[in-house]
Ligand binder design. Structure first.
Ligand SMILES: *Cc1c(COP(=O)(O)O)cnc(C)c1O
Length: 366
């Protein structure tokens, strides 16, 4: 039996009737941008994250970018980012005109290593973007303490971590602001691109809202040179269907992760390490192997779909050739990128599929 890496169709068809009803509601309303659906979703998502404010935006990258813009971070400023992340984290900084300054991860958690942040701070540093990679919370208390000492802002890149807990608190409520993605493959996924900013800061929420809507609070009055980065009514309505199911879907991901941890514990793969006092939401279940490419090929031969998150670190992407980094500059991130493999993971996987994936991984000679 073939096991697909992520069965997006099954995930959405589980809510088929509700999604169709939401679509019809928006269609029949005749109102498609900045209306009641976005407003209601913002309130529901803010409540979910434990923040007073959420602002719906076009996608996760725009969420991060608009936060930096709203703080006036740009040309001449530096933003600390993980060397081990999806490139969008870096692009947010460069969209704003700032320079991303990479900091290596903790080898065990793959998240930014707080012990290495201070060495990267300069007089130009304005902010730190902490990523909760693979759905595992970054060590936010340590990061916030450093930021407080140096007067820096902290953004959580929570694109992979909807609902994850750090010391009992939801991600998205831990930094000065957070960016979420609702890209279809994320734990809370729209049927297109969508995102949100969450924050405790009312002024920041207002500024992001204005920037995302052409710099305008009142139609045809533009206070700022803004952007068009709005969440639309249709995606908001579809997200309102899926948000109430998120915790159940997360619990299923957690069961699958526990089965992987148990089933793979005594084989040659390096399994994910969970930071103490955190509850990850397992956007991805990522193992490591020195023979990753062979492992992936052997699993493919068994019909097991896997993916690599990610094959090339941002500092070695042609897109960032201008920063003049070389192979070897961020060896921990480079090693992680060479060794990681994401096993099938998703809320619609059943126990039999998980067992088959585990048996196949155990049978691989790597
Ligand atoms: C998906 C993702 C983003 C970007 O979100 P989009 O909605 O695709 O723009 C940013 N950061 C991380 C870590 C992501 O996984």
């Amino acid at each position: 039996m073939n096991i697909t890496f992520l069965d997006l169709k099954a995930i959405n068809l589980a809510h088929r009737d509700e999604l169709k009803a939401a679509f019809e509601r928006v269609l029949d309303s005749g109102w498609y941008i900045l209306g009641q659906e976005v407003k209601a979703f913002e309130q529901e998502f803010a409540d979910y994250c434990g923040t007073p404010h959420a602002v719906g935006v076009s996608n996760g990258l725009d969420a991060l970018h608009l936060i930096l813009r709203a703080w006036g971070i740009g040309e001449g400023d530096e933003v600390i980012v993980p060397s081990n992340t999806y490139i969008a984290t870096w692009l947010a900084a460069t969209y704003a005109g700032a320079t991303p300054v990479p900091v290596e991860p903790d080898e065990a958690t793959c998240n930014i290593d707080p012990a290495r942040i201070e060495a990267a701070i300069t007089p130009r540093t304005r902010a730190i973007i902490a990523v909760h990679l693979y759905g595992q919370p970054a060590d936010m208390d340590a990061i916030m303490a450093i930021a407080d000492r140096h007067g820096l802002k902290v953004i959580e890149d929570a694109a992979q971590a909807h609902g994850a807990l750090y010391k009992g608190r939801k991600v998205g409520s831990l930094g000065h602001a957070a960016g979420f993605s609702f890209y279809p493959g994320k734990n809370l996924g729209a049927l297109g691109d969508a995102g949100a900013v969450t924050t405790h800061d009312a002024a920041l929420a207002d500024k992001v809202r204005v920037l995302a809507n052409y710099g305008s609070q009142q139609k045809y009055h533009n206070e700022l040179q803004g952007f068009n980065c709005r969440l639309d009514e249709l995606q908001a309505a579809l997200l309102r269907v899926k948000l109430p199911h998120l915790d159940a879907e997360t619990r299923r991901r957690q069961e699958i992760a526990a089965q992987y941890q148990q089933g793979l514990q005594d084989c040659s793969l390096t399994l994910p390490t969970v930071l103490a006092d955190t509850t990850p939401v397992w956007h991805l279940y990522v193992v490591r192997s020195a023979k990753r490419d062979e492992l992936q090929q052997q699993l493919a031969a068994h019909g097991i779909g896997t993916m690599i998150h990610y094959p090339i670190p941002p500092h070695l992407q042609p897109a960032y050739a201008g920063l003049a980094y070389r192979q070897g500059d961020f060896p921990i991130a480079e090693r992680i990128h060479q060794q990681v493999l994401s096993l099938p993971m998703g809320p619609t996987m059943n126990d039999e599929q998980v067992s088959i994936a585990i048996a196949a991984a155990r049978a691989c000679s790597v």
